[in-house]
Design a protein around this ligand. Structure first.
Ligand code: SAH
Ligand code: SF4
Length: 344
């Protein structure tokens, strides 16, 4: 007997072809998309709109995969961390960041794009792990489905690709996942942010292939010398090429590129750095998120003092830059990848 097909492994075109090849009417594919991505059916038998006969036919040849929840940790600040296990036993994290302060409730999910990461940034715990493997597109999307199931009847409203991994190093799967999030799950591209360490050619390719999501850049330094030291990706794609790619990124009206700047004591937090940051970003429609380093045991890097964070911000503000201080959230639940932070 041939192996059963995971319906979540099929793209939209593949799903329609699969349905047609079996002599079923095309609307069955639309129904499958609806039940899998909007109603979070965990198995074929959960699709109660289908007759028992049809479910039997599908059960013979297909199945629906699901992430397995391994751990759920809730922080005092409302942030929740989920640890999921994948088919091969690897684990990934997703972080839920509810924002009750807004009139319209915003529920952001920070999702992973890889198990581990190959970029090796010195301040980042995921970087220490190294790359284990790329996530498949359905494993990226499934984090949203799994958490939506858990928080029902509420729904995730915003997505940030800021969990484990470098999304642009898993380009094709991330692009396919973005399409599914927009078209199948129904989250607007304006409510999705992709964060990258700066793989320049892929930043240029992204708007040609993917929905026009918001872009965030992990900048973290203002000279090539210091960026090379903490973010090795900079040796291949130095600051100039990164900033040029940002200048070419098509921005929707009213949108800005976010630059994340993790403040590390004595490494990138001087007044000169702040002034250089102003010069670097002067011609860009952007905002800057200053994130005091969330230190972790694997590294000797230290967090900048609160006083210094304020002084750094002051220089940016005096030069008409938009700069906010973003504390890492969920510190009590060990935002363990060291990256969990309030993006919004
Ligand atoms: N690989 C992508 C997305 C995941 S990292 C990227 O680098 O953009 C998400 C964010 O977490 C990055 O902005 C990174 O600078 C930040 N980060 C990583 N380690 C951190 C730490 N120890 N403290 C604070 N922020 C951290
Ligand atoms: Fe990878 Fe981003 Fe961590 Fe760098 S900061 S190691 S790119 S996850």
């Amino acid at each position: 007997m041939s192996k059963k097909i995971n319906l979540k492994s099929l793209s939209k075109d593949e799903l329609f072809r699969f349905i047609e090849d079996r002599g079923l009417p095309r609307y069955r594919a639309d129904q499958l998309i609806h039940w899998i991505y909007k109603r979070y059916a965990a198995k074929i038998d959960g699709i109660t709109e289908f007759s028992i006969d049809l479910r039997n036919v599908l059960n013979e040849i297909t199945f629906i995969s699901n992430l397995e929840l391994v751990k759920r940790l809730k922080s005092l600040d409302g942030t929740e961390k989920f640890l999921f296990s994948l088919e091969d036993g690897q684990t990934i994290e997703s972080v839920l960041i509810p924002d009750k302060s807004l009139r319209i409730r915003r529920i952001t999910l920070c999702i992973s794009s890889q198990a581990g990461c190959a970029m090796g940034c010195s301040f980042c715990l995921t970087g220490r792990i190294g790359l284990i493997r790329n996530l498949k597109s359905y494993e990226i999307v499934d984090q949203i489905i799994a958490v939506n199931r858990i928080i029902k009847p509420e729904r995730i409203t915003n997505i940030v690709l800021m969990g484990m991994g470098e999304p642009l190093a898993n380009f094709d799967n991330v692009v396919e996942a973005l399409w599914r999030v927009v078209l199948f799950i129904g989250i607007s591209k304006r409510r999705i942010t992709l964060s990258t360490a700066g793989i320049t050619p892929k930043i240029l390719l992204l708007p040609k292939k993917a929905p026009e999501v918001n872009l965030a850049i992990s900048l973290n330094a203002t000279t090539d010398v210091s960026r090379n030291e903490i973010m090795p990706v900079n040796k291949k794609y130095p600051l100039k090429s990164l900033i040029n790619a940002c200048k070419r990124y098509p921005l929707q009206p009213g949108r800005k590129i976010t630059f994340e700047y993790v403040l590390i004591d004595g490494k990138n937090d001087s007044a000169e750095d702040a002034h250089r940051l102003v010069d670097l970003l002067r011609d860009l429609r952007c905002k800057i998120n200053l994130i005091p380093l969330n230190p972790h045991a694997g590294s000797s890097l230290k967090r900048t003092s609160d006083q210094n964070v304020l002084e750094f911000q002051k220089i940016l503000l005096q030069n008409n830059m938009r700069a906010l201080i973003r504390e890492s959230k969920g510190q009590d639940i060990l935002a363990a990848c060291g990256q969990l932070k309030a993006m919004y």
